[in-house]
Design a protein around this ligand. Sequence first.
Ligand code: 13P
Ligand code: SF4
Length: 316
Amino acid sequence: MEPSTGITDGLKDLKDKIKALLHERKAILLAHNYQRPEVQDIADLCGDSLELSIKASQTDAEVIVFCGVHFMAETASILCPDKKVLLPASDAGCPMADMITAENLRQRKAEISTGKRVVVISYVNTTAEVKAESDICCTSANVIQVANSVDPSHQIFMTPDKNLAQYAIEHTNRNIVYWEGFCPVHNNLTVAQIRETKAAHPEALFLAHPECPPEVLALADEVKSTSGMIAYAGNSERREFIIGTEIGILHPLSKSNPEKSFFPADPGMICSDMKKIGLREILRALENLQPEVKVPKKIREKAKGAVDRMLAIPSE
Ligand code: 13P
Ligand code: SF4
């Protein structure tokens, strides 16, 4: 038998306690692809924003432990008002989601309402209040299908990510204006970094997230959501990939493709909010059934329409 150390014993003990409490509380643990490896490894389901929303809408668990950031837990609460949604680190936010308020959205919509009907498409990386002012949501996995679902004679206002919106403009023939928000992690990626990484790995395909700037996306072989990248790399004949998104995704990519190599486009692409949850935070949340995220009824009912309309659109 392998000699055990205090650290591995402690870790096993922590994981066993979490598993026992998940069972006792009739809880499900959902984790985003950027979460810490040990959190992803203990989750019932890991995925991108779209997959996690779908799973939240379908689960019969009584408690959802959401390992991600605040807007994701809010989306789960919007879809499952009768369930307890826990966000183990209450301060795990998304700086991009905080770049537009419901009041900003109302004002901007009024400014652009000059005759044409304005349809607001909000990225799921928004607060529940912003979703409540929106016609439909989208994620990085379905932005093109969502934009194409809008009548071409309407004016689309897309919020908050300027890069995602420009990607949609390039790949649809819809009229789209957008808010100037961005993800600080993806927006910093530069053409020079990509050229340098490509020169170091000339055989590698470059997979980029649509939150990257347009000039970076122009160099990408494929533009994908986080789970889209995992699926693409798994199905591809190629063996080397440069990954243009938050580095937490390197864990599921390497785990499901041990024979392939994944190189970060920039090893500094770290979302500190996505790293706030560890096993101890999960255990504490399950013990105390706190911190809870609950969207107030009035906002929830309006926001649910936008999320439901997105979920009704078949993804690729
Ligand atoms: P995905 O939906 O592609 O996982 O992206 C979520 C996100 O926050 C990207 O920064
Ligand atoms: Fe928000 Fe960017 Fe972090 Fe995703 S990576 S949660 S968009 S700050």
